[in-house]
Design a protein around this ligand. Structure first.
Ligand SMILES: [Zn+2]
Length: 342
């Protein structure tokens, strides 16, 4: 035998051994193949052939034989691992195709968004359209144009987030009234939902940022009757059949002003701890637009009158879902949200 013949024999055994080993489907078959392709006899026959080679070729033949040995052992080991992992998968409990599928997780609208959507839908039927404004406002739009006197406590640093150079985070959605009055002539019927900001502590009934919905109607001949009729209709549509009442109130930008109450949702008007025994719950503030506000926006207050209201969808959501703490609306706790999401 020559070294070339020896090399050919090594290569062909390498291929044959690999084929046999990879064909084994379980541990027993693998052992059978091992004794077939890599038995002591097989190894001895290679040693014997090596010994018959001329002395000069034995070194190269030894290297080839060693390479074959490493290769066969590596293929054996990798097939052994594959079989073990297959066996492990087969030993696991069987897949039960009759089991019901796990329900798919579904996103939903936040309760505050649901309330805003519903308020918008009710007023849309009455001819109102949605208007939006910037969250960063000037002092003029947020206070001066809305008839706040220069020393009004709401302008205090303790209540308002000032951004510097006369800019601030709007403390209410009312600046949208001014922007709308400036940009479009009456008749006006708009609804302005948005986020507002106050330097309030974050506790059970206050949040530093919360949603508000503003409404404004301006036209010739609009009176308090329109305000009362529209807001009462809204309350009936939103809460179902309920009694309402208007209480005199004060806002710089309306005159006269009134807050609207609905019957307590929890006790039905009999009086409970949620309504502090009164049987009523306040849902919004409203009033006839102050003539100074109309004039500030360039509207002739002799010719036009209007009414406006503002309400907190967060507060309404608390009433609707009976929430004890406003922070539930901002914690993003999925366990709570899943109960109210639609
Ligand atoms: Zn009550």
């Amino acid at each position: 035998m020559t070294i070339d013949e020896f090399r050919t024999r090594v290569e062909s055994h390498k291929a044959e051994a690999s084929q046999h080993i990879l064909g084994a489907l379980d541990a027993n078959a693998l052992e059978e193949q091992r004794t077939h392709v890599w038995s002591r006899t097989v190894q001895q026959s290679f040693s014997k052939a090596l010994g018959e080679l001329p002395a000069d070729d034995r070194r190269e033949a030894g290297r080839l034989f060693n390479e074959l040995k490493v290769h066969v052992e590596a293929v054996l080991e990798s097939r052994r691992a594959e079989i073990a992992s297959l066996q492990h998968a087969l030993d696991k409990p069987k897949l039960d195709l009759t089991m019901p599928a796990r329900a798919r997780w579904r996103g939903g609208k936040h309760p505050v968004t649901l309330v805003i959507d519903e308020i918008v839908a009710i007023f849309r039927e009455l001819g109102f359209t949605v208007a939006l404004g910037p969250e960063s406002e000037s002092e003029w739009y947020n206070f001066s144009a809305l008839n706040f006197p220069a020393d009004h406590p709401a302008m205090d640093m303790h209540d308002t987030f000032y951004l510097g150079e006369g800019a601030l985070l709007r403390t209410h959605t009312s600046p949208v009234q001014i922007r709308t009055l400036q940009s479009s002539p009456p008749p006006i019927r708009i609804l302005a939902p948005g986020t507002v900001f106050r330097r309030d502590p974050f506790d059970a009934s206050h949040a530093p940022a919360f949603a508000q919905v503003e409404g404004l109607a301006v036209d010739e001949g609009i009176s308090f009757v329109d305000l009362k009729a529209t807001l009462t209709l809204f309350a009936q549509k939103f809460f179902g059949k309920t009694r309402t009442r208007f209480r005199p109130s004060y806002f710089p930008f309306t005159e006269p002003s009134a807050e609207m109450d609905v019957e307590c949702r929890l006790c039905g008007g009999r009086g409970c701890s949620a309504c502090k025994g009164t049987g009523w719950m306040e849902i919004l503030g409203s009033g006839m637009v102050h003539p100074s506000v109309l004039e500030a926006a360039g509207i002739d207050s002799e010719r036009y009158t209007g009414w406006a209201f503002g309400m907190g969808p967060g507060r309404i959501a608390m009433l609707r879902y009976g929430l004890p703490d406003i922070r539930l609306l901002y914690d993003s706790d999925i366990r709570f949200l899943e109960q109210v999401a639609e």
